[in-house]
Design a protein around this ligand. Structure first.
Ligand code: ADP
Ligand code: ZN
Length: 699
């Protein structure tokens, strides 16, 4: 029978990249070839936006009148873009993310397809796809199959496979000490996925620190390896989109074109067709969380959503897993697999605490370095070893103070002191882009008597160079890394042994694998312990463990010296036992800190949503905070365990805006999703709510 020709109009619900009213209905003219996923252009309040069709509707399905009885005038879709449609799996991911992170689907769309790309995508990079296909076909799993897993690795690998087979969709956490061969296991699993013709997503917290990994993967996967991150050119991003879109559209060729995407969190939103495996390396890393702008998502949890949509295997790995993941293993939501020893068999590094208070009293300090530390550095270097000196602050000194009038220069936009950077003679704010030339003259009293208080990496480098003049010392922090050339040169020189001591920030704690690295010194450890934040101890533990993991990579035992004025702090006091492989599946310090979290009602024992309110006018800010309190305590159906706030965060003014926060803590039960939606609704009812942000699972 001929299909009946209807003269009924069709409508399309369109996802728009905006915060409110994310999905709007438009007339879909019959001459447009469009369906769910089509990329379109529409008019909203006089402005043209790119959009994506999420649903096609008949006339009966769209209301003719508003709830208060006014006739609705629907506009027409302006045009359909000649771009590959969004896949159903992508749309489902956007919806899951929006629901979980309390934002609009349009905000997820915007993150997945930044405006810049639309133009670039339209440029047909067919050649590069053809080139890819030619090269990809040459990839031979057998030839590249070079890894021979050790006995313990083989056992871990089989447990992982066992879990995938019995409970597909259940994430596996691989807790393996640094150097235990987690990467080798990832590679083995990725090869298998490619052989099945399924894509692999291999997530890393930052690409910059994954250079070594990148070249290792390149050897195994050749052209099949695609690297994706936000700092790439639009053309390269478009190429990767096209390859994956081709792959999704041609499932029959999957075995010849499946890829391994090595990427940062934004690669979660790539157009994967047939995804077989998702790996989240260093799953504890806080770079996985996006805090600004929405969606404020965590890549680990989003990766789990993605794997569920694709029915793909998912593996999380870390030497120091997040407490959330540890908790999920205890509750049975995740499966735990462990690797307790290094492949090269090195012992756990020796940890020693140096009490700086005592050292000052006994005059054993030279500037910021204890005599003991200086001796150890000298001895290590004389023995042919290399040293990392860690300090969590860049700059020369975090504070400068006028000795005449006591004035301390502050940022005009943020409530923070300006840091003095000696190498370019500036005062800088690390929270906004404010920079001023350092004249040395106090603007308050006109004298030139500034005193440098505290020491950042730059000053430590200078002090060390004076103390150990025969040793070659360099610095590695964001100031150095602002020049790509200087950054790469520094790393190469350290690799080649031209630099013996490297002074650096967090940037040195991750991913480095240097054979001759024998000693890690942690300066002013109290500054990582003393932070007012419920995750401070967890973060300190992870950071210190990562630093410990840098040493002793090749058979020998390394050493970690920690200078601190809080030698009895539980994290330091128990760090030694923490990394010794024991029989219990939960490291003792983690167990201890988790009990504290439970007692004081913090994540992961409750689900937390942080409400952040920002305003230039402090009066308005207080009004908004009042409205939040009133709304949340006034709504009977909204059930939470605790509402704390408003309180001022440590930095209570940033970029000209005053900041206040609340925490809402929900029970982790069946009503959670409904309660979160209610919270979102309550905030939506507050006048001026553009100034309010909801951050689910804040870090
Ligand atoms: P992790 O990812 O757990 O830190 P890696 O996978 O980087 O550990 O392994 C540490 C080092 O040991 C690397 O240099 C790696 O090449 C080597 N290694 C690990 N497992 C094997 C193996 N099965 N065969 C050969 N080398 C291995
Ligand atoms: Zn500032």
């Amino acid at each position: 029978m001929e299909p009946q020709i209807t003269h009924k109009r069709h409508y399309a619900s369109v996802i728009l990249p905006v915060k409110y009213g994310g999905e709007i209905s438009y007339i879909l003219p019959a001459i447009f070839q469009a369906g769910v996923g089509s990329r379109v252009r529409v008019d909203l309040a006089g402005k043209v936006y790119p959009g994506v069709i999420s649903r096609i509707m008949d006339q009966e399905e769209v209301p003719a009148f508003t709830p208060d009885g006014k006739e609705i005038h629907y506009k027409s879709i302006l045009d359909v873009e000649p771009l590959p449609p969004i896949l159903p799996t992508e749309l489902r991911l956007w919806e899951s993310v929006a629901l979980y992170y309390l934002c609009s689907v349009g905000e997820v769309f915007k993150a997945a397809y930044p405006a810049l790309q639309v133009k670039q995508e339209a440029v047909e990079p067919r050649k590069s796809v053809e080139h890819f296909l030619q090269e990809a076909a040459k990839w031979d799993a057998g030839v590249n199959d070079v890894i021979k897993l050790s006995g313990v690795q083989q056992k871990a690998y089989e447990s992982i496979k066992g879990s995938f087979a019995h409970a597909l969709g259940k994430p596996v956490l691989l807790r393996g000490v640094t150097g235990s061969g987690k990467t080798e296991i990832y590679i083995t699993l990725a090869q298998e996925s490619l052989r099945r013709g399924q894509n692999v997503l291999y997530l890393v917290p930052e690409i910059a620190i994954s250079k070594q990994l990148q070249s290792r993967l390149k050897k195994v996967f050749g052209e099949r390896l695609l690297t994706f991150h936000s700092k790439q050119t639009a053309a390269e991003k478009a190429r990767i989109h096209r390859i994956l879109q081709y792959n999704a559209a041609h499932p029959q060729e999957a075995a010849e074109s499946a890829t391994v995407v090595l990427g940062t969190r934004s690669s979660l939103f790539l157009p994967f067709g047939n995804l077989g495996l998702v790996i989240v390396d260093e799953e504890h890393d806080s770079s996985y969380k996006q805090t600004e702008p929405a969606p404020r998502y965590h890549a680990k949890d989003t990766a789990i959503m993605l794997s569920q949509i694709h029915k793909a295997q998912i593996l999380l790995g870390s030497a120091t897993p997040s407490f959330e993941s540890e908790y999920n293993c205890i509750s049975g939501k995740f499966a735990l697999v462990e690797l307790k020893e290094k492949y090269h068999g090195a012992a756990v590094p020796q940890v020693e605490i140096i009490d700086t208070i005592q050292a000052y009293k006994t005059r054993q300090m030279a500037g910021n370095f204890s005599q003991k530390l200086i001796n150890e550095i000298r001895r290590t270097v004389e023995g042919g070893g290399q040293v990392l000196v860690f300090r969590n602050r860049r700059s020369y000194s975090p504070i400068v103070e006028c000795q005449e009038c006591g004035d301390i220069p502050k940022c005009p936009h943020c409530n923070v002191h300006l840091s003095y950077h000696k190498y370019n003679n500036t005062l800088r704010c690390h929270y906004c882009d404010y920079v001023a030339r350092f004249t040395g003259v106090c603007r308050n009293c006109g004298t030139a008597t500034f005193k440098y208080r505290g020491a950042g990496t730059e000053k430590l480098e200078e002090e060390l160079a004076a103390l150990l003049p025969d040793i070659s010392i360099a610095r590695y922090d964001a100031d150095i890394a602002s020049s790509k050339r200087a950054e790469e040169q520094t790393l190469r020189d350290f690799q080649d042994g031209k630099i013996q001591v490297l002074v650096g920030t967090q940037m040195i704690s991750k991913g480095f694998d240097f054979e001759r690295l024998k000693l890690v010194a942690v300066m002013q450890a109290d500054t990582i312990l003393g932070v007012q934040d419920f995750r401070a101890d967890e973060k300190a533990l992870q950071l210190l463990s990562q630093l410990m993991g840098r040493t002793g990579r090749r058979g020998e035992q390394g050493k970690v010296l920690i200078q601190t004025s809080q030698k009895d702090h539980p994290v330091l006091a128990r760090l030694k036992e923490h990394n010794v492989p024991g029989d219990s599946s939960l490291p003792p310090l983690t167990a201890h800190l988790l009990r504290e979290r439970q007692e004081y009602l913090f994540a992961p024992f409750v689900r937390m949503v942080k409400i952040v309110v920002k305003h230039r006018d402090i009066g308005k800010l207080d009004e908004l905070c009042g409205a939040v309190t009133e709304k949340l305590s006034g709504r009977k159906e909204l059930q939470y365990k605790e509402l704390t706030g408003p309180f001022a965060p440590v930095i209570d003014k940033v970029r000209g805006e005053f900041v206040k926060c609340f925490y809402v803590k929900f029970a982790r039960n069946a009503g959670l999703a409904r309660n979160k939606a209610l919270l979102q609704e309550c905030i939506g009812e507050i006048k001026g709510n553009q100034a309010i942000v909801l951050d689910v699972d804040p870090l």
